[in-house]
Design a protein around this ligand. Structure first.
Ligand SMILES: [Zn+2]
Length: 346
């Protein structure tokens, strides 16, 4: 990472912006609730190379180790302690045993919290419980049984079943779920399925990745009423950079249910997720690999998407009049509260 251009960009653009706009609202410790770590050895195939359906959906680097994550945390939050919830890549292109074995190595680093990638029937219940109780996983990142945006007719119930959820309920585990389907959390079916999970397993900490994949205000507006009453359903802010989305969320649910999250390594790109018509687009500096819904240009200044997520939260908090303390909690304490609920860890 440390070539001359990179160092210049960091010293002249990222760091001053961080010091002026980002650092002042953050607590001393930051918890990123959604990060991926993986090494080359965990890939079975590289879907973006093989023209698989959806394979060009989100092209990322092949190798993002624990050390890379810690390095990014240090670069992006130089005066803070960086903590993160970590898991591998939940795609069919990855060897799940290998990626989970790698993830558990995070336990050697205080402040990293591993989730096991699993899904309906993927790991026998006794083995899953063993991984939670003896290995130290704090819950699940639910496996996505598709490539990119090729969801087919997959439902939440196809992704995670009663065996996994009963264990999550009993041990108060985190269940980090990327809801399926083109309609995201605006789909009545998805909303009904999330409500069922929440009501049937009230002790599980159900976290919807990417705010239920609502990147656009219109989506947030149609989705958030459905989770208002579901107290054990939380939202992670990974890749959500629109302040109006966060504002709508804060109008519907208590801020304690909003968790700062990034989706590193994707959010270490410099740029911003915007929307055009009815879909998001990643507007980024030139030099990143080609990917669907990604537009590169050097005709702008840009910094880490991680900072754009923080800015969106800050701007929304200002609009709804959230106190500084409740705003700070979004970046650390809200997430720690659910991690500490996991049975035997609190
Ligand atoms: Zn992710």
């Amino acid at each position: 990472m440390a070539d001359k251009k990179e160092t210049e960009q960091y010293q002249q653009i990222d760091l001053p912006f961080y010091k002026n706009e980002i650092a002042p609202i953050l607590p001393d410790k930051v918890l990123d609730f959604h990060t991926h770590i993986y090494i080359k050895d965990t890939w079975k195939s590289a879907p973006w190379r093989e023209n698989a359906p959806g394979g060009k959906y989100m092209v990322i680097i092949q190798d993002y180790s624990i050390e890379d994550l810690l390095y990014d945390g240090q670069i992006m939050f130089p005066d803070k302690s960086f903590n993160a919830v970590c898991f591998g890549m939940p795609t069919p292109a990855v060897d799940l045993d290998k990626t989970n074995d790698y993830t558990i190595q995070t336990l050697a680093h205080p402040g990293l919290y591993p989730l096991i990638i699993t899904g309906r029937g993927l790991i026998p219940p006794d083995q899953l419980e063993e991984a939670i109780v003896h290995k130290g996983f704090l819950g699940y990142k639910v496996f996505l049984n598709w490539f990119g945006d090729d969801y087919g007719n997959i439902t939440v119930a196809d992704m995670i079943g009663p065996a996994e959820m009963k264990l999550a309920d009993r041990r108060r585990l985190i269940v980090l779920l990327h809801v399926p389907g083109a309609e995201r959390l605006t789909s009545p079916q998805v909303q009904k399925d999330v409500e069922l999970l929440s009501k049937d397993y009230p002790q599980a900490g159900i976290v919807l990745a990417h705010c239920g994949r609502c990147y656009l205000p219109d989506e947030a507006k149609r989705a958030m009423g459905a989770i208002r009453q579901l107290e054990n359903v939380y939202l992670d802010t990974s890749m959500v950079m629109d302040p109006t989305v966060i504002e709508i969320i804060l109008d519907h649910i208590d801020s304690s249910r909003l968790l700062f999250a990034t989706d590193l390594p994707i959010a270490n790109m410099r740029g911003r997720r915007v929307y055009v018509m009815d879909h998001w687009v990643d507007l980024v500096l030139e030099g990143y690999p080609d990917s669907k819904f990604r537009v590169g240009s050097n005709n702008m200044r840009a910094t880490f998407m991680v900072y754009e997520i923080i800015l969106a939260i800050r701007r929304a908090a200002e609009r709804v009049g959230l106190s500084d303390e409740l705003l700070r909690n979004i970046f650390y304490q809200n997430g720690m509260n659910i991690l500490q609920r996991v049975a035997g860890k609190g």
